[in-house]
Write a protein that binds this ligand. Structure first.
Ligand code: SF4
Ligand code: SF4
Length: 563
């Protein structure tokens, strides 16, 4: 039985949390698992791990945002020292996890489903773990711009999984409601549960710091009701903070999805392609809230997080792990059983099998599950869809998963988009209930990646067309300008010659009288009736004019020299 009962409002089909008294709004779909497998690790206190032989610290904090390396190979660094400068508006700084020597800067495997490598520092620890002098935040607690810049330099990114830069959210003020996400709805994962039990005061302090930074009027801390100890600890920590309310929400997957949590707590439905900040709401994970407080108060950059080590292991539990810790060394900490055949990163619903164990722990790495055939048997073979319709009612995004599947399979991507493919949050609820064992999410991911690829190709073709049209326009413009320059030059030459001719006629010396006289046909010759004599007179006059013109030109400097 739950630690308290839920009251149902029949009029609006909404729930009321009897402890906080807050109205809770219904959300669609979701799955209540028969076993959440939280008990394997939830009651074990968080421990530290042994220092590994090396750290691989990536400069890419999440698939989209990166940092620029600023330390040379061979340099000695100390714990907390900045080694990567944020790039662009959304990049966040990267810091050394311990003291040691930078041995390499190169591409290393990453914990990404693609297995693609990323630029990273290879750091060899010296075992001293010497730290730099911390520099806490010294500005006003409501100075949004300064806090945003400070968090960017402290390497703050979301610890819930997506590692979205925290400072970018802080910039999204003004905000009415700040939500702290303690729902942690996926089976097996308990890192947030343990953090709330052991560090509730720091999480609440971080929530208050963030609320001040974004000028939020209220703070809601949403926790699934299968974590009664965490709820109690957070309520005790929030007791003296009037604007902070701890709200217990029904345990259902994916209640911890950002959009689902916002809808459950506020009734606001954030449409696809929009940010929650547009609706006056911001969401931060509980781990991020604690890290924000540690950064502002203690000057501690984000270099470590809690990771759940669970599954087929003799020593499961939650551990403090520094960013860059190689997974191959970390999994030894939980003493995996011999039957383990692969390791999953994240929960069983949204996680994936780690392609390369040499990859490091990142800011968004919340859980490693040692998977064995007993715990995670291979899925039965995929069967044809029997159109049972079981996938639709569990979809939290109110989609038609069967239709999306058919369109993706038939490569009718336009139709898939018409059926709101991009509203799919890839929660996996539909695939979980499908009796035909169709890996539906794989089809959606395939369709999305094909559409993105085509969009990229289309965008490239449009850019090429625009470049071609601009080149034609430039050539035409240059041709017209050249013709205009030639016409202007010809007109100028004509004008100058006419002016010269006029000047030479008005300034002619007396000696020129002969030539003038020579250039004009004699009246006697023109007055004669003899046609031969008249023609001869006209020819002589023309020749005389030509001689006079040549003489005049010989006395002028050339046009080329004048220019
Ligand atoms: S649950 Fe599976 S079999 Fe049933 S309609 Fe959906 S895709 Fe088809
Ligand atoms: S994976 Fe997508 S389609 Fe399937 S239930 Fe989740 S949101 Fe709906």
């Amino acid at each position: 039985m739950r630690w308290f009962s839920w009251l149902t409002s029949s009029a609006a089909n909404t729930l009321v949390d009897p402890v906080s008294g807050r109205k809770l709004y219904p959300i669609d779909g979701g799955i209540a698992f028969p076993d959440y497998h939280k008990q394997e690790t939830a009651d074990i206190p968080i421990r530290n791990v042994a220092m590994p032989s090396h750290y691989i610290v990536p400069l890419r904090v999440n698939p989209r945002f990166t940092a620029r390396p600023i330390v040379d190979i061979g340099a000695r660094v100390r714990k907390g020292e900045k080694i990567g400068e944020p790039e662009g508006k959304f990049g966040v700084a990267v810091h050394a996890p311990t003291s040691g020597v930078i041995r390499d800067l190169g591409h290393y495997p990453m914990t990404h489903v693609s297995g693609l490598p990323a630029l990273a520092y290879f750091i060899e620890p010296d075992g001293k773990d010497e730290a730099i002098e911390p520099t806490p935040y010294r500005g006003a607690c409501d100075d949004t711009d300064r806090i945003r810049d400070f968090l960017q330099q402290m390497g703050l990114a979301g610890l819930g999984g997506a590692a979205f830069p925290s400072h970018a959210k802080v910039a999204s003020s003004p905000v009415k409601t700040l939500i702290i996400n303690g729902a942690e709805c996926e089976p097996w994962i308990t890192c947030d549960d343990r953090l709330m039990r052991e560090h509730a005061a720091e999480i609440v302090a971080g929530a208050c710091d963030l609320a001040a930074a974004v000028h939020a009027q209220e703070v809601l801390i949403g926790i699934e009701d299968n974590k009664p100890q965490a709820i109690a600890a957070m309520q005790a920590a929030a007791a003296n903070h009037g604007t902070v309310t701890v709200v217990a929400i029904p345990t259902i997957y994916p209640a911890g999805g950002e959009k689902q949590l916002i809808e459950r707590l506020t009734g606001i439905e954030v449409p696809y392609g929009h940010l929650s900040a547009e609706f006056g709401v911001l969401v931060f994970n509980v781990g991020t809230a604690r890290a924000v407080h540690r950064a502002l108060t203690d000057g501690e950059p984000l270099i470590e997080r809690v990771v759940t080590l669970t599954g087929a292991a003799d020593d499961p539990g939650n551990r403090w792990v520094r960013i860059g810790h190689p997974i191959a060394e970390l999994i030894l900490e939980m003493a995996p059983k011999p039957e383990v055949d692969r390791y999953l990163l994240g929960g069983p619903m949204t996680g994936f099998a780690i392609p390369d164990l040499d990859a490091p722990i990142l800011k968004g790495s919340n859980c490693i599950i040692a998977a064995s055939p007993d715990l995670f048997p291979p899925p039965p073979p995929e069967q044809p869809c029997i159109r049972c319709g079981a996938c639709a009612p569990v979809c939290p995004a109110r989609l038609e998963p069967m239709a999306l599947y058919w369109f993706a399979r038939a490569q009718q991507f336009g139709k898939a988009q018409e059926f709101h493919l991009f509203d799919c949050i890839e929660c996996g609820c539909c695939a979980y209930v499908c009796p035909a064992h169709i890996p539906l999410v794989d089809y959606y991911r395939y369709a999305k990646s094909e559409i993105w690829e085509r969009e990229r190709e289309k965008s490239k073709a449009q850019q090429s067309k625009a470049r071609f049209e601009f080149r034609n326009y430039r050539l035409e413009r240059e041709k017209a300008e050249k013709a205009a320059r030639a016409a202007a030059k010809a007109a100028e030459t004509k004008r100058r010659l006419e002016a010269q001719a006029k000047q030479s006629s008005t300034e002619a010396s007396p000696g020129d009288t002969d030539s003038k006289q020579e250039s004009a046909p004699s009246p006697q010759a023109l007055g004669t009736n003899d046609p031969d004599a008249r023609k001869k007179a006209l020819v002589e006059a023309a020749l005389a004019r030509a001689r006079a013109k040549r003489a005049a030109e010989a006395t002028e400097p050339s046009g080329e020299n004048r220019e």
